[in-house]
Design a protein around this ligand. Structure first.
Ligand SMILES: C[S@@+](CC[C@H](N)C(=O)[O-])C[C@H]1O[C@@H](n2cnc3c(N)ncnc32)[C@H](O)[C@@H]1O
Length: 236
């Protein structure tokens, strides 16, 4: 059944900054499964596909629209995948949600662009968010961002490049053309089916083995994606 969801939610609305989500059902200890988190998951297609490929990890979607959260949790329970969505605010609730836990991968897939300049303060990627993600990542963890909006991707890259504890997995100010994950979010699927470009970037922690090895990107990830048309100047 189709879910009825409000089109956009203003994340600055006072009520949304005090959602106080319940603690996440995360395992802890050395044997605990890895935790992957999508920030702004909507229908969580990306996480469902990841969970199908590797059900040994735990998948968490953070979403500000309650209707999506309920829908994702219902579908995850139906298919028995280790996935749950949480009604929470990305820019407010992460430290409390993940207190005592570390995250293997944060995914920011196609965040709302908020095109008008006076609405840029509604965007999720800020220097404060970058610092929080750094603190929550596992030592060898990673942060992935993708968008079809060039200005938004460039603004996000400026934030991540300015965070001293992050390193671009490819090289400074470089886009990762190919998605390394073999799954697609709903928005990604739609954009690619229209032949539009997707701007992707992947960061690891400075000081991690991956940063010292020059990141995790394989040659295949760096090859131009035939379904997208990257800006040649940025691909070097
Ligand atoms: C454009 S949709 C992209 C959905 C999905 N990631 C995809 O790629 O198909 C952005 C999502 O982020 C959610 N969102 C926006 N700001 C948020 C915030 N501050 N906290 C939690 N979710 C947020 C929106 O409700 C929306 O579902």
């Amino acid at each position: 059944m189709a879910v009825r969801v409000r089109h956009h939610v203003n994340p600055l609305r006072p009520g949304l900054r005090s959602l106080s989500p319940a603690r996440l059902p995360l395992c802890s200890g050395p044997q605990a499964p890895a935790v992957d988190v999508e920030l702004g998951c909507a229908d969580a297609q990306f996480l469902f596909q990841l969970a199908q490929k590797d059900p040994s990890a735990q998948y968490i979607g953070i979403e500000i629209r309650q209707a999506w959260v309920d829908d994702v949790n219902r579908r995850a329970a139906d298919v028995g995948l280790p996935l749950c969505a949480v009604h929470a605010h990305i820019n407010v609730d992460l430290p409390a949600l993940f207190a005592g836990h570390r995250v293997r991968r944060f995914f920011i897939n196609f965040p709302d662009p908020w095109f008008k300049r006076h609405q840029h303060n509604r965007r999720v990627v800020t220097p404060e968010l970058a610092r929080i993600l750094v603190e929550l990542l596992e030592p060898e963890g990673e942060l992935f961002f993708q968008s079809d909006v060039w200005d938004l991707a460039l603004d996000a890259m400026a934030v991540f490049e300015s965070e001293p504890l992050l390193r671009n997995a490819r090289s400074e100010w470089s886009f990762l053309v190919h998605s390394p994950y073999g799954v697609q979010s709903l928005r990604e699927e739609r954009v690619l089916s229209q032949g539009q470009p997707v701007w992707r970037m992947q960061y690891v922690l400075a000081g991690s083995q991956r940063a010292q090895q020059g990141g995790s990107a394989s040659r295949r990830d760096l090859l131009p994606d035939p379904t997208s048309s990257p800006c040649p100047a940025m691909l070097g």
